[in-house]
Design a protein around this ligand. Structure first.
Ligand SMILES: *Cc1c(COP(=O)(O)O)cnc(C)c1O
Length: 376
């Protein structure tokens, strides 16, 4: 998506590549999420885009923050929230980092294993802990399954044992997978969580919080269901499985909050062919997989790419980045078409790039600077 503010900014033709984010769109996304899941506490996943302007605006709007490292915790604190509005949601933490977070006032921690629970018990006494459960990731363009979470039998044992380890067993979390296109994907995990709540209660452990993660999509090349459709499906699942005893709910949006708010301005460096017989053009940009477009891996996330040259004939292209690495090809199979008169120096807009771009951009591969952000 592009806005007048973004179009005016792009017209000033700064050196590329850079990301420009319209903060009004982020604020609008926050309100849409709030309207769709009014009962939920919003914990913005900092890794999606940690620009200070975004964090402080979300803090002002009332957001809390999901963080994965002490550095991210410090970014959230700097944005103006206190430790009680920060969740340390990474299930893989060093003990010293847990202690540092605890020292900064953070009291909400994720875990998915016995060893992590032991670290929390030693370094964050009295903290509220929640157990992440496995999900299938089916229907997500960028799944987060396998690596995170444990099965519900294990979660049950860990949560029950937490009570005797000096921490407070607070609840259950899951993530259905990022860019989840199926609004009903929360159903199975909510059912499993409700089972865990009942099992723990039977064992004398009262859980209070259900963290339904992120996964809400942003619009790339294809249309997506509205945020309200997701809210209604989730509300129905909660009512179905928790009845009139729905616990405190937390959501952790990343992509939904910032994805469509950003546009990357990039310049064409080279247009070429591999042989006289090969009709397909290779278009090399000044940004690639290592400059921020990592989610083009396996062509999973397909950003809308727009040329200012309108009206003329378009033809299929392969899109590649500028580095000396043959993995730095964004789209080869996906059907991308660009004007036949495209030439070096032309600019392209890579749209819906507000999420998971700057954080993925490398520090100096081939001496290329990290992706710059302008928040307007
Ligand atoms: C990355 C992440 C999120 C955000 O996911 P989106 O799909 O971008 O909404 C939420 N929770 C956790 C634990 C994460 O790691």
């Amino acid at each position: 998506m592009t806005t007048k503010k973004i179009r005016d900014f792009l017209a000033e033709r700064r050196p590329t590549p850079y990301l420009v984010v319209d903060l009004d769109v982020v604020a609008d996304n926050y309100r849409k999420l709030k309207d769709a899941v009014p009962q939920a506490g919003i914990y913005y996943a900092v890794k999606a885009n940690p620009s200070p302007e975004i964090l402080s605006m979300l803090a002002r709007l009332g957001s809390s923050f999901d963080t994965a490292t002490v550095n991210e915790i410090d970014m959230a604190l700097k944005a103006g929230v206190s430790g009680d509005r920060i969740s340390y949601g990474n299930t893989i933490k060093k003990k010293d980092d847990i202690a540092a977070a605890f020292g900064r006032g953070v009291r909400l921690f994720a875990f998915d294993s016995e060893a992590e629970l032991a670290k929390l018990s030693a370094a964050a006494p009295g903290a509220k802990v929640f157990c992440r459960i496995l999900t299938s990731g089916e229907g997500a363009d960028w799944p987060l399954s396998r690596k995170f979470g444990c099965d519900i039998e294990m979660a049950r044992e860990l949560l029950i044992s937490a009570a005797s380890k000096g921490v407070v067993p607070h609840g259950v979390s899951f993530h259905v997978g990022s860019q989840m296109k199926d609004p009903n994907a929360w159903e199975a995990a909510v059912a499993q969580a409700a089972w865990l709540f009942r099992e723990c209660e039977d064992a004398g452990v009262q859980l209070n919080m259900l963290n339904i993660g992120g996964g809400f999509p942003t619009k790339y090349r294809k249309d997506i269901p509205s945020m309200m459709t997701y809210g209604e499906a989730i509300h129905a699942s909660l009512a179905r499985h928790f009845g009139n005893r729905v616990p405190e709910i937390i959501v952790e949006p990343g992509r939904q909050m910032v994805g469509n708010a950003g546009v990357i301005d990039t310049e064409v460096v080279l247009v070429s062919r591999k042989s006289k017989k090969d009709a397909r053009r290779w278009v090399y940009l000044d940004i690639g997989k290592f400059g921020g477009l990592a989610e083009t891996m396996d062509e999973a996330i397909q950003y809308p790419i727009v040329s200012a040259k309108k009206g003329g004939k378009v033809e299929r292209v392969v899109l590649a980045g500028p580095t000396c690495d043959s993995a730095d090809v964004m789209y080869e199979k996906a059907d991308y078409r660009l004007p036949v008169d495209l030439e070096p120096g032309d600019r392209l807009e890579i749209r819906s790039t507000g999420a998971y771009t700057t954080t993925y951009s490398s520090v100096a591969f081939n001496g290329i600077d990290p992706l710059k952000t302008y928040c307007i």
